[in-house]
Design a binder for this molecule. Structure first.
Ligand code: AGP
Length: 605
């Protein structure tokens, strides 16, 4: 949440900062700002998008060192004053900050009592004043002293007019990556903002700081003792961070799903022994056999796919498994069991609630693995092992291809866990054949987009909708409702089909459509029975199902998906729901990649 960029070198900083901010905008898009150091410190900031800031940037906004920020508001509304960078009273110090300063209220009071005039509602502003008021000799000491006074999470970058040859940055809970160029240095909260300029990068760890000058960087802990961080080359195609010919990242990422699915499966299926090979789990067969329970933790869509994953593990490995919202987990003082395998699932690898859950488990001696997309991210590094998802960069706030690869990651995990237990080699081979067919089946669903776009036009007109499913289909319905509300802003409520008659059926009317997930499985008859109850009350129905499921007499709009093995069907049933959400949002004219009030990567609690 929120994006940071910084540059120091031989070029004018402002255009580079604005370009970097545009690439980070999915992390927060209610306001943006930049500060540059030329003949003095200059700041420009504005509520709205980065393009609004670019259009309004004063002429001759020159300087070869600068920092920039794109904001997702936490303290105070999105307006020009609350936008970052924040400066001290004399306009000598500029600070951009990601994260939350928990003791901001007491620090604000202290500064106000000391006569400081605070102009914004933000927590960050105190940091600029604390640095400006430090009497320490070096900028590094001043920043370290200010950080020692604050409690909370941060990625920060600081410019100071007295020290024009440097940018000082610090990290505690919010990522910062240093990019090494030719006589220039970059810093950003996300690799995507750097890769246009350099692929030689160094990651800061929590509790670390760095000084960037035009010729290099030094890293140290917050007590200013040196720590060695070496820059390494990352293997990344800068074009993968562009939308290319697509008018939105979400559309691009939806269409990339078959290729992404191939990548997560590649080299991990063992057809001979009907199993999966997941070397990154760091567990041998004996340790794997000792697992008595699996607990999956994630947030939002990652939580819902975690529920799909729990079903897969129970069905294939016959190990009791469940998923829980990581945001709630640590607040109930969870019992951590040594024979439970904890699984953290996250696209970004940065979601603070999931990261804190991982830390709680490890603090209590539990074993936790990660299903993570972003290589080297905080959650990936914190876990005892894991499965990288190889979905490629996901920029749209609404997660699609990463979610699909999470499901496939769970399928691989379930297969490996199952095959050291009671899953037969024949069943293993059956599932491998189904997994191998999956990229082609994903493509088949995407090819049916036109029909889904038509169905979505109708759904977009409804103020309120139900998404229903049972057992394996229920997390599918939850994810469908999540995607729909996230980008169409319609009220979309997920329910177990079986629970409708226990209350929510009262809401069914001709104005409230239901999107029902009805696979051809052991529950089809019961599901169809519930559809009749909805139809009898005039509720319009869209049914995502398999060819051959008899829906005669219901007057539904049906969407057939290809069949997989029953255990793997949930992900194929999910894809049409992604497309329905996309096309409904498009019909309503929404900014699909930047839904209101949201941001990619939730790095604040
Ligand atoms: C998905 O469409 C959402 N934007 C959101 O629920 C997301 O899945 C959640 O915030 C978790 O993110 P993560 O996978 O990066 O941890």
């Amino acid at each position: 949440m929120c994006g940071i960029v910084g540059y120091i070198g031989t070029q004018q900083a402002a255009p580079l900062l604005l370009e970097g901010l545009a690439r980070l905008e999915h992390r927060g898009y209610d306001s943006a700002g930049v500060a540059v150091l030329g003949s003095g410190l200059r700041v420009a900031k504005k509520a709205g998008r980065v393009r609004d800031l670019s259009e309004d940037l004063p002429k001759r906004f020159t300087g070869k060192a600068g920092i920039g920020h794109t904001r997702w508001a936490t303290h105070g509304p999105a307006n020009d004053v609350n936008a970052h960078p924040h400066v001290d009273g004399k306009g000598e110090v500029a600070v951009v900050h990601n994260g939350i300063i928990d003791n901001a209220a007491s620090l604000r009071q202290r500064l106000t009592d000391e006569g400081v005039d605070l102009v914004s509602d933000t927590d960050t502003e105190v940091l600029a004043h604390l640095i400006a008021r430090s009497a320490a000799e070096t900028l590094e000491e001043r920043v370290a002293e200010a950080l020692a006074a604050i409690e909370g999470t941060y990625g920060v970058a600081v410019l100071h007019a007295e020290f024009p040859d440097r940018i000082v940055v610090a990290r505690n809970g919010s990522p910062l990556i240093i990019g090494v160029g030719d006589r220039e240095m970059h810093v950003a909260s996300d690799l995507g903002a750097l890769v246009r300029y350099t692929t030689t990068v160094a990651h800061l760890d929590d509790g670390e700081m760095a000084t960037l000058t035009a010729t290099g960087f030094t890293t140290y802990r917050q007590d200013l003792t040196r720590v060695q961080r070496t820059a390494t080359q990352v293997d990344v195609d800068p074009a993968s961070y562009d939308a290319g010919e697509h008018d939105s990242f979400m559309r691009k990422e939806l269409l990339e799903q078959p290729a992404a699915a191939e990548r997560v499966l590649r080299g991990r299926l063992d057809e001979r022994f009907g199993t999966a090979h997941l070397g990154g789990l760091n567990m041998d067969a004996r340790e794997t056999r000792e697992i008595r329970r699996v607990k999956i933790l994630g947030c939002g869509s990652a939580y819902y796919v975690g529920q799909m994953g729990a079903s897969l593990i129970e069905e294939l490995a016959r190990i009791p498994a469940d998923a829980e919202a990581a945001s709630e987990f640590r607040y109930r003082n969870p019992i951590i069991e040594h024979d439970t395998l904890y699984v953290a699932v996250s696209q970004s690898g940065e979601t603070i609630d999931t990261l804190l859950a991982v830390q709680e488990i490890r603090r209590k001696g539990g074993r936790v693995i990660g299903l993570v997309n972003v290589v080297g991210s905080a959650i990936a590094r914190e876990c005892d092992g894991g499965i990288y998802l190889h979905a490629g960069p996901e920029v749209a706030v609404a997660s699609t291809k990463a979610l699909t690869n999470m499901f496939l990651g769970f399928a691989l995990l379930a297969l490996q866990l199952g095959r050291v237990r009671d899953l037969s080699i024949a069943d293993g081979k059956r599932l491998i054949a189904a997994l191998t067919a999956m990229p082609g089946q994903l493509q088949e669903i995407l090819d049916g987009e036109e029909h889904l776009a038509e169905v979505a036009q109708g759904l977009a007109q409804a103020e309120s909708l139900f998404f229903v499913g049972r057992v394996r289909g229920f997390p599918v319905a939850r994810e469908g409702a999540q995607k729909f509300k996230e980008i169409s802003y319609r009220h979309a409520e997920a329910y177990q089909t079986s629970e409708l008659k226990h209350g929510p059926l009262a809401l069914i009317s001709t104005a409230v459509p239901t999107v029902a997930v009805v696979p051809d499985d052991e529950l089809t008859d019961r599901n169809v029975g519930a559809l009749h109850e909805i139809a009898a009350r005039g509720g319009p129905l869209v049914v995502v199902t398999h060819a051959g499921v008899d829906l005669a007499g219901l007057g539904v709009q049906r969407v057939d998906v290809p069949r997989s093995e029953r255990e793997l069907d949930p992900i194929l049933l999910t894809i049409p729901l992604q497309l329905l959400a996309f096309h409904a949002a498009q019909a309503l004219g929404h900014d699909i990649d930047k839904p209101r009030n949201l941001a990619k990567s939730v790095t604040v609690e």
